[in-house]
Design a protein around this ligand. Structure first.
Ligand code: AMP
Ligand code: MG
Length: 792
C-alpha cells in the first residue's frame, strides 16, 4: 500500500500524464453545477445530515433492462447510469449532468491483492441530448463509463486542483451525486457456502454527497438504496423521484427507440394531480354575458349611488349609463360594432370611464392610447389597430397626427351625441366571443403587439374577482393604473358591476406616494392595486394610520418578495395582501394567492389557478413536469385571449391548441414564464425563459429597445440588459457599438429612443464600446458586458 501511495503521489507520472489529458479534456468547458429542485432553500453552509430511502426494482424489470443493454453490448451499470443521469437532467432541467462513481482502485494492474483504501471518485460528465433515442443515451453512457474506468488512476483531488473549480461552502465541487452498483454479492454467497447469508447495510446518518444511490443486487431484483441530504430533501420527495425512475426504466424497456426526453416520468396518479386535481376550477358562470351588461345590471340595482368619483365630483350610476349610451349610439352610426376597434386617447377622469363603457356598449373593442407615449408609437398603434373612430380630448388631438379617420372630442361643449337617446342599446350581433379590448405590450421585433381579449374572458375574470373578494356598496376602488395596462381593466369595471365607487386618481398620481396616501384617506379607499416595487416605495413612506379604510391590496405584475410581504403585514396589519399573476394575453390574472403574515420563509407563491382557468407546467417536449420541478407556465381555460392583432405567426407561436383540455378547440397560452408546482398545489414563479423583463411593473421586451437603437445611423449593434448591480435597484443599461469613428453622444441616443418608446423603456445608462463582446457561439456574451460605474 505504501508503494501504491508513493506511485500515486509521484508527479509527473507517465501513465498519469495520459490520464490527466483525458480528464482535463472532459472538463475543458465550464464545469456544470447540478441544481436539483430541493424542498428547502439550500443552506449557506453544506451539512451532512442524511437519511435513506430504499426502493425495490423487481426482477422482471431488472432482467428486461439487462436484456435491453446486453443486446447492444451494454452493461446493466451503463443502462442504469444512463437512466439515472436522464432522471437528474429532467429534474434539474440541465442538459449537462455530472454523476460520480466510486472506483475501487484494486482492480488496476496487479493490485488485486492490495490491502488498503484505494477508492477514487470518478466524475462522469453526461451531455444529454433528450431528443435522441434511448439507445443513443445508453451508448453514450457505456463509452463515458468505460473511458472513465480506463483513466481511473487520476484522483479527483488532483483534477479539482487542476481545474481550479471555484469553491462554494454550500456544496461539494464537481460531484454532488454518486451512483454505485454493488455486484459483489453473488461472489460472497459462493465464499460462504453452506451458510444462509444476508448482506445489508444500515442507512448512514452522515453523508458527504447530496444523493448517493447504491444499487444492490438482491434475490428479487435490485434494491436502490438512496442516501440523501436531509437539509435539502424530504424522504417523500426522494421516494417520488425513485418512482419516476422506475416509470422511466419501464418506458425505456418498452420503447428503446423513443426520444430520451419523451419517456414517461409521472405515475398516472401524479399526472392526474398536476393536470386535473390542481386544475379543478370549473364554476358555472354566465359565459354568454358581455362586460358592459354586468354594469347595466348594477345600474338597475343602484341607479342613484355614486359610480365614478373624479376631481371631487360624483357621477351616479344612472348618469354614467345614460352618458355612455348616448355616445355608444353615435359610435354605432360611425361604424363601431362587433370586433371593430375604437381607440381612446384621454387623460384619466370621468370622461375616460364614459368613453370606455360607450365603446363596449357600441359593441366594439377599445384600444387605449396613452397620451404620454411618443407620437411615433401612437401612430404605429393607430395604423395597426385601424380603429373606426378615435375618441380623444381637445388638448390631445394634435398627438394623433392627421390620418383620415373619425375623431370625436370627449370634452366638446355640445357634442353631436348629446341629443342621442340615453337608454341601453340592443346587442346588434354582439356576443361574448367578440373582442372587448386590445392592449398593446412591448414586442421583441421592435414594435408593440396588440393582445386581443374577448368579453367572456374578462367577464370570467371579474366574476371570479367578485366571488373571491366581495366588493359592495361601502367599497371604494382607486383607479390609478394607466389604462394602457390591463390591471386598469379590473380597476374600472369591478367596482362598477358591484355598486362600489370608482375613484379616479389624478393623471400621474400613481407615481406619487404622498398623493396616494392622501387620497386613500380622503376618499375612504378600501381596495387598490400596487406593483411590488411601488408597494415598497409606498410602505416606506406611509404611516400606519394612513391605511384608513383600506381592506384589500392586490399586488401583481412582478415577483412579490417575501420580505416585502412581511413588511406589509408589519406596517398594515389590518389589510389583506393578495398576489395575483397573469399576462395581458389572458384577461389580466389567472392565478391568485392570499398572503398570510409570517409566511413560511420561502418566496410568496403566485397561487392557484382561478375559476375556469387551468395552469400547466411543461417541459421542452410539452409534457407536464413533476411537482417541484421547473418548467414553462402555460395557461388554459376561458381567459386565454384571441391572439395578437394582425400578427398571425406570433399568435401561432404563443397560442397553441391545448392537448390536456376536454373541449375540442381549446387553446392554451405559452407564457415564457418559468414556474413550479409546490406540494400544496400552488405555483411558484421562477423568472423568464427569454429577454422580457419587468421594470417597476412595466413589461419590456429588451429586443424592442435594441432594434430601436439600431435604427440610429451611428449604431452598429446594440444590446440592452436589465441589471441589478445593487439590491432592489434594477435599471436598463444599453451597450452600443459604433458604425462610425465619430463618438456617439449618449444624450442623442436617449433622444432617439424617446421619439419612439415610452419613457420607462429608455435606458438610464448608455455605454459605447468598440465592439459588443461575443461568445464562441456568435451570441452576445452577456457576462462580458461591464457594469456601469455604480458610483456615478
Ligand atoms: P403583464 O402582461 O404586464 O401583466 O405582464 C405579465 C408578466 O408579468 C408575466 O408573464 C410575468 O412575467 C410577470 N408577472 C405578472 N404577475 C406576476 C406575479 N404576481 N409574480 C411574478 N411575476 C408576475
Ligand atoms: Mg398581468
Amino acid at each position: 500500500f505504501a508503494d501504491y501511495a508513493l506511485a500515486q503521489s509521484t508527479d509527473p507520472h507517465p501513465v498519469l500524464a495520459e490520464d490527466e489529458r483525458y480528464w482535463l479534456s472532459r472538463f475543458s468547458g465550464e464545469v456544470p453545477v447540478l441544481e436539483l429542485p430541493s424542498d428547502r432553500p439550500r443552506p449557506a453552509r453544506r451539512s451532512f445530515a442524511s437519511s435513506r430511502e430504499d426502493y425495490q426494482l423487481d426482477r422482471a424489470l431488472v432482467d428486461a433492462l439487462r436484456a435491453l443493454g446486453a443486446k447492444r453490448g451494454f452493461s446493466l451499470f451503463a443502462t442504469l447510469l444512463a437512466s439515472f443521469s436522464g432522471l437528474l437532467s429532467r429534474l434539474s432541467g440541465q442538459s449537462e449532468v455530472v454523476v460520480g462513481i466510486p472506483a475501487a482502485g484494486q482492480a488496476l494492474d496487479g493490485h488485486d491483492h492490495l490491502v488498503g483504501h484505494c477508492v477514487n471518485s470518478l466524475p462522469l460528465l453526461f451531455e444529454m441530448d433528450m431528443s435522441k433515442p434511448v439507445t443513443y443515451a445508453l451508448e453514450q453512457a457505456q463509452s463515458t463509463l468505460l473511458d472513465a474506468i480506463e483513466h481511473q488512476r487520476y484522483t479527483l483531488g488532483t483534477l479539482l486542483r487542476k481545474l481550479k473549480v471555484g469553491r462554494d461552502p454550500s456544496r461539494l465541487p464537481l460531484i454532488s451525486v454518486m451512483f454505485n452498483i454493488d455486484q459483489a454479492l453473488e461472489q460472497q454467497r459462493h465464499a460462504l457456502q453452506g451458510l444462509e447469508l444476508d448482506f445489508d447495510t444500515n442507512p448512514r446518518s452522515h453523508e458527504n454527497f447530496e444523493l448517493f444511490v447504491n444499487a444492490v443486487q438482491v434475490e428479487g431484483g435490485l434494491r436502490l438504496e438512496c442516501q440523501y441530504n436531509t437539509a435539502l430533501f424530504d424522504g417523500s420527495t426522494i421516494r417520488r423521484w425513485l418512482g419516476y425512475w422506475r416509470t422511466m426504466l419501464e418506458a425505456m424497456v418498452a420503447e428503446p427507440e423513443q426520444a430520451f426526453g419523451r419517456l414517461a416520468l409521472l405515475s398516472e396518479t401524479e399526472r392526474w394531480q398536476v393536470l386535473e386535481k390542481w386544475n379543478d376550477t370549473e364554476i358555472d358562470y354566465p359565459h354568454d354575458r358581455c362586460l358592459h351588461e354586468l354594469i347595466e345590471a348594477q345600474v338597475e340595482r343602484t341607479p342613484h349611488a355614486a359610480a365614478v368619483v373624479s376631481d371631487g365630483r360624483n357621477l351616479s350610476y344612472a348618469e354614467l349609463n345614460a352618458r355612455a349610451n348616448r355616445l355608444a349610439r353615435h359610435l354605432r352610426t360611425l361604424g363601431a360594432g362587433p370586433d371593430q376597434r375604437v381607440a381612446i386617447c384621454a387623460e384619466r377622469g370621468a370622461g375616460m370611464v364614459v368613453a370606455l363603457l360607450a365603446v363596449l356598449k357600441a359593441g366594439a373593442a377599445y384600444v387605449p392610447l396613452d397620451p404620454t407615449y411618443p407620437a411615433d408609437r401612437l401612430a404605429y398603434m393607430l395604423r395597426d389597430s385601424a380603429p373606426s373612430v378615435v375618441l380623444t380630448q381637445s388638448h390631445l388631438q394634435e398627438l394623433l397626427g392627421d390620418a383620415p379617420r373619425s375623431v370625436l372630442l370627449l370634452d366638446a361643449a355640445s357634442p353631436p351625441w348629446a341629443s342621442e337617446e340615453g337608454g341601453n342599446l340592443e346587442r346588434a350581433g354582439l356576443d361574448s366571443s367578440h373582442l372587448a379590448y386590445i392592449i398593446y405590450t412591448s414586442g421583441s421585433t421592435g414594435q408593440p403587439k396588440g393582445a386581443m381579449n374577448e368579453h367572456r374572458g374578462i367577464v370570467n375574470r371579474l366574476l371570479w374577482m367578485q366571488d373571491a373578494y366581495r366588493l359592495g356598496a361601502d367599497d371604494a376602488v382607486l383607479q390609478k393604473t394607466p389604462f394602457s395596462f390591463d390591471v386598469s381593466v379590473w380597476e374600472f369595471f369591478w367596482p362598477l358591476m358591484t355598486g362600489a365607487r370608482l375613484v379616479m386618481a389624478r393623471p400621474e398620481g400613481h407615481k406619487d406616494p404622498a398623493y396616494l396616501a392622501d387620497i386613500i384617506q380622503r376618499e375612504g379607499i378600501t381596495t387598490m392595486h400596487f406593483v411590488p416595487s411601488m408597494l415598497h416605495v409606498f410602505l416606506e413612506s406611509a404611516q400606519r394610520s394612513e391605511a384608513g379604510k383600506l381592506r384589500h391590496v392586490m399586488c401583481s405584475g412582478e415577483a412579490l418578495p417575501a420580505s416585502l410581504a412581511a413588511r406589509f403585514h408589519e406596517r398594515l396589519p389590518a389589510v389583506e395582501l393578495h398576489n395575483l399573476y397573469g399576462p395581458t394575453e389572458a384577461a389580466v390574472d389567472v392565478t391568485a394567492w392570499a398572503c398570510v403574515a409570517g409566511g413560511d420563509g420561502a418566496g410568496v407563491p403566485i397561487g392557484r389557478p382561478i375559476a375556469n382557468t387551468r395552469m400547466y407546467v411543461l417541459d421542452a417536449f410539452g409534457q407536464p413536469v413533476p411537482m417541484g420541478v421547473a418548467g414553462e407556465l402555460f395557461i388554459g381555460g376561458i381567459q386565454v385571449g384571441r391572439g395578437y392583432h394582425n400578427r398571425p405567426e406570433l399568435t401561432a407561436e404563443r397560442f397553441l391548441s391545448d392537448p390536456f383540455a376536454r373541449e375540442v378547440g381549446a387553446r392554451m397560452y405559452k407564457t415564457g414564464d418559468l414556474g413550479r408546482w409546490r406540494h400544496d398545489g400552488s405555483l411558484e414563479y421562477l423568472g423568464r425563459n427569454d429577454f422580457q423583463v419587468k421594470l417597476r411593473g412595466f413589461r419590456i421586451e429588451l429586443g424592442e429597445i435594441d432594434t430601436r437603437l439600431e435604427t440610429h445611423p451611428g449604431v452598429a449593434q446594440a444590446v440592452v440588459i436589465a441589471r441589478q448591480d445593487r439590491p432592489g435597484d434594477m435599471r436598463l443599461v444599453a451597450y452600443v457599438s459604433t458604425r462610425t469613428a465619430a463618438a456617439l453622444d449618449p444624450a442623442a441616443l436617449a433622444e432617439h429612443l424617446k421619439s419612439g418608446l415610452p419613457e420607462y423603456m429608455v435606458p438610464s445608462h448608455f455605454i459605447v464600446m468598440d465592439a459588443i463582446p461575443l461568445s464562441p457561439n456568435g451570441k452576445v456574451d452577456r457576462k462580458a458586458l461591464p457594469a456601469p460605474d455604480t458610483t456615478v
